[in-house]
Design a binder for this molecule. Sequence first.
Ligand code: PEP
Ligand code: MG
Length: 878
Amino acid sequence: MTDRYVYDLSEGSAEMKPLLGGKGAGVAEMKRLGVPVPDGFTVTTEACVDTMTRKGEWPEGLESQVWEGLKRLEERTGRALGDSTKPLLVSVRSGAVISMPGMMDTILNLGISDDTVEAIAKEADNERFAWDCYRRFIQMYGEVVEGIDAHVYEDALTALKEQKGVESDTDLSADDLKGLVDTFKRLSNEQLGGNWTTDPREQLMRAVDAVFRSWLNPRAFVYRKANKIPDDLGTAVNVMQMVFGNRGDTSATGVCFTRNPATGAKELYGEFLVNAQGEDVVAGIRTPRSLAEMEEVLPEAYHDLINTMKKMESHYRDMQDMEFTVENGKLYLLQTRNGKRTAAAALKVARDLVDEGVITKEEALMRIEPAQLDQLLHEAIDPDHTEEPVAEGLPASPGAAVGEAVFDADVAAERGAKGEKVVLIRFETTPDDIHGVIVSQGVLTAHGGMTSHAAVVARGMGKPCVAGARGIKIDAKAATLTIGDIVIHEGDMITLDGSTGEVFASGLKLIPPQINEDFQEVLSWADEVRRLGVEANADNATDAAKARELGAEGIGLCRTEHMFFGADRLPAMHEMITAETPEERQAAVDKILPMQQDDFEGIFTAMKGLPVTVRLLDPPLHEFLPNLVEQSLKVQKMEDQGADAGELDKERRLLAQVKKLHEQNPMLGTRGCRLGMLYPEIPDMQARAIIRAVLSVLKKEGETVQIHIMIPLVFTPVELETHRRIVQQAIDEEFEAAGTKVDVKIGTMIELPRAALIADKIAEVADFFSFGTNDLTQTTLGISRDDAENGFLTEYLRTKVLKNNPFASIDQEGVGQLVAGAVEKGRKTNPELSLGVCGEHGGDPDSIHFFNKTGLDYVSCSPFRVPIARFAAAQAVI
Ligand code: PEP
Ligand code: MG
């Protein structure tokens, strides 16, 4: 039996989305609910997948099923493809399971030909309309299906307009267009070496095939990668009877949302164009009118639309994004889907729907994409600035962007990849610009509305975007943006405010993001349901305060070595590392102690009694010592120049130490607890600094501190025992001297495979474990965490040797096994053991799901990831 590849619209429903794609299932569901939609059929995603696996060859039965589907459509509509009296025209549209706006191909007006064009003109009583459809069809079909360069058609159209002395396409007469169709046909045939087909049935087959192929086009790959959509889903193809928004002044086409997708407000939101066809609105070619104006122009269709919007939103219990066409005053819906929205809108809509009693808090939480919340954590322009905007456009995607002006997506991609901050400026973006958009700070376009491609894509990515900025002139070739007499060249600084639509001709100062009431409210729901604790990685009082503000329940990792990167402190650190005798080392350590104490006091004060996990020094020495080659050159130069003997001696001593301490592989060298094993003065000093800070905060603020001292990079219980002894002795002495004491927990990081494997033994001497999944990933996969992304890992990700970057999202299969095993072993010998994670993975939603499942007690991540982690932790238990 051959597989079923084609379904009539009336056979589908929303549940069939995986098979029929979002568009096919959405239209079928609308039909089921009695909403007017054009008739048609859907070729399944499986047909596309099977065609891809057969390297482009259609599977058995597909072609005949398409013919049968067409036949049934012809019977239902009383029309036939290619028929010269009652011709059927269809659209052929892509429709992936997860929507990918504008990334794949569409062909409209298929069925128009020399044989049918007259009948269409007659039926519409509009010759110009028929010929306009015809020339649009050749253009679209030629470009999309046959791969003919768009310029071939654009140049001919421009030449004709010049010859006729008109500015706009709409000024061309029916006869002009008739001539243009002849030109287009001739050019197309030339381009294809005489192989241009005029048979609509063959065109239909080729169009379906082209939509399949468009799943594999480069921009679709880029989009899927950016949005983590699997490459093997395939697209469905929807063949639907054409309805015409371009039949005259009682026809229109548009896009609407049931709520404002930028803010979430329950208000009218949408755009339409009178006498225009489908893609004109989405593609941003003409700047559309606001939906509110439609009430006057097309009142009946407007009211039908408003009712349908309400109906669809309550049916799907979520904000809808809909496409519609009005043909001769009658409304048709072409698509409905859950609307893409900014994070701010997602929160507001979720909150409102819960308030309206439409969904539960748990459902609301599940609808929010934790990673999307990043947008809210976006920067804004410092409100104290005094600059006047030089231009204004539509506030298409919130947040502020500052960077150097770039006018070409390739240039943006190249410079952005190098970490340079660029703002992409285009007349309008097309899906081909996606690789440039991804790496830009923000996007500015001169044309197109809130639903234009640039706007939709930028919003989805959380990139600031100002669209359709009026009065700006972009010369992409010359790489200039002209606004009145201001000229911005490539490389000049520019600032965009995607929340207001303002554009500034300089680089303005940005301020950190704000978290509003909706955010707080929805976060509080997350806190009610999550099991995992959420702490933060913070090394100073400012970060600690931020972390607390963002809801961190403690500090899960305070990296003490980070306190010594400052120029004023590095010398003391050098002295300590390079000391040759215990006396010298003690002297350096004595200098460092008060600095450490001071830092700890700041952090403990900011955390106001919440737990703080301080990790003892873990410096890969290369991060603190001069480079061997550079230090050698420096000494050489000083010798050549006959430098001061004392200075020279100092540098020579340093060079000797650098040589002595030089390691080929410092990440696997004298770091972590190994340093304390060699130089016990260091953990001793750190423990004293911690306790003195605890005592001082207790005295000054009356605030107790839940202190956890963490020993890094342990692979044998002996290391932990040794450190425990040193640290405990210092703690006891300090408390005794002060005549008071607080409880101090001492634990370790599990960040080496051996530690994970013998976790039962280590747990016997630990109060807690914190999984250092950065090092654990590095040492389990044998991939250098410092070099990975510069080298083969990028290639591994591109070629799918690895699905995800293991440093961003935990390798559940490998590293995850070590974590799960260590949790089980550790709890067996020490049921009281507290368990957390403090590697970068602690802020990654997928990893958080895994840690929740594994039974960890908490995750710790950078302060700005804390809200995201709170959400993800809630979703993990729903
Ligand atoms: C880790 O290795 O995961 C960790 C948190 O420690 P660091 O990143 O400081 O090595
Ligand atoms: Mg580590």
